[in-house]
Write a protein that binds this ligand. Structure first.
Ligand code: SF4
Ligand code: SF4
Length: 328
């Protein structure tokens, strides 16, 4: 029995957006970035977090009476206030709630248990060309676990994908890449100052790691490299950003990038922020229009990056013709 354990959020089965084919994605907890638009706010902290599901709550106040820390109280607007800084994540309120209205996000899993779980879907992987993806959060923060997890999956002849923000030690890549088939690498913003403003960290190490990976790819010729750029209104969704990233890829990784995904902003995570008691600057930000996505995709093409390898993804806003009230 391996002593290795990891802190994860959950598994997502039948995922089709985290690499090729049908995949099971494992979301690891903890991330070095704080992207203002983050779609997985529950994955930022490496620690377990309590969330309150308002629609399930029957207002019995059992949780308030149960918490040994006195961390819970009813706010004037009727919502449950959680003193998060003092929460020990003991889970006593979760166990006591009769309506399953409290959940602890994040749990520790052993390597053997995680392997047993993902192997249940082997037939889907094999018939679809899919496999298992490590995502998050940043799985590279738990590099020893991910490397051994992938090594065991390769022993089972299964496909592995590593979805990373790039801001990890190069030693973490050295551990994980020998057992990785698909590397899904985020390149969000080419401008150092803007990257720091949008994500809390500069992009120097992210770019340096990518350059290093380009060199290592000579030793791992079967590694598939996908670059992913989120298109966030008012932030990364700028033509100069797409031109700059495309230019960087051509100059430094020409012929090595198999696909450049442009991932349009979505707001499906709105409720996650509310449940965690967090504010979100993008609460009311509209989706990109189809025209905006076309313009940004065109900028990526103008950079000289091979057009057939540029893949726009994600939802766009449906346009309404004001004069005719007709949807396009
Ligand atoms: S997890 Fe424990 S400490 Fe945190 S609010 Fe619930 S009972 Fe209190
Ligand atoms: S115990 Fe559950 S149902 Fe009762 S008030 Fe607390 S969260 Fe709501």
């Amino acid at each position: 029995m391996s002593p290795l354990t990891a802190r994860i959020l959950h598994l997502q089965r039948f995922s089709t957006e985290d690499g090729p084919g049908i995949r099971t994605t494992v979301f690891f907890k903890g991330c070095p970035l704080r992207c203002a638009w983050c779609h997985n706010p529950e994955s930022m902290s490496p620690n377990p977090q309590l969330q309150w599901l308002e629609t399930r709550c029957i207002g019995c106040n059992t949780c308030i009476q149960t918490c040994p820390q006195g961390n819970l109280r009813r706010a004037p607007n009727g919502s449950l206030h959680i003193a998060r800084d003092d929460c020990l994540a003991c889970g006593k309120c979760v166990d006591a709630c009769p309506a399953n209205a409290l959940e602890m996000l994040g749990h520790t899993v052993s390597l053997e248990d995680l392997l047993a779980e993902v192997l249940k879907d082997r037939s889907y992987y094999e018939t679809s060309g899919g496999g298992i993806t490590a995502s998050g959060g940043e799985p590279g923060l738990q590099a020893d676990f991910v490397a051994e997890f992938f090594r065991r999956l390769k022993q089972e002849h299964l496909s592995t994908a590593f979805d990373t923000c790039g801001l990890i030690a190069s030693a973490a890549f050295e551990k994980i890449l020998p057992y990785t088939d698909w590397l899904l690498y985020d390149l969000k913003e080419i401008d150092e100052e803007k990257h720091r403003r949008f994500t809390s960290q500069g992009n120097q190490r992210i770019l340096q790691n990518l350059l290093q990976i380009g060199e290592w790819m000579n030793d791992f010729p079967t590694l598939h490299l996908w670059i992913r750029t989120p298109l966030i209104p008012g932030a990364t969704a700028r033509t100069d950003n797409l031109l700059g990233i495309g230019d960087f890829l051509i100059k430094n990784l020409n012929g090595k990038v198999e696909r450049w995904e442009l991932c349009a902003f979505n707001n499906l995570c709105r409720d996650k922020y509310r449940r965690l008691g967090m504010d979100w600057d993008y609460q009311h930000t509209p989706l990109l229009t189809a025209e905006e996505l076309t313009t940004l995709t065109e900028a990526a093409r103008v950079s000289g990056f091979p057009p057939d390898l540029i893949i726009p993804t994600g939802a766009t806003r449906v346009q309404v013709l004001e004069t005719e009230g007709e949807t396009l």
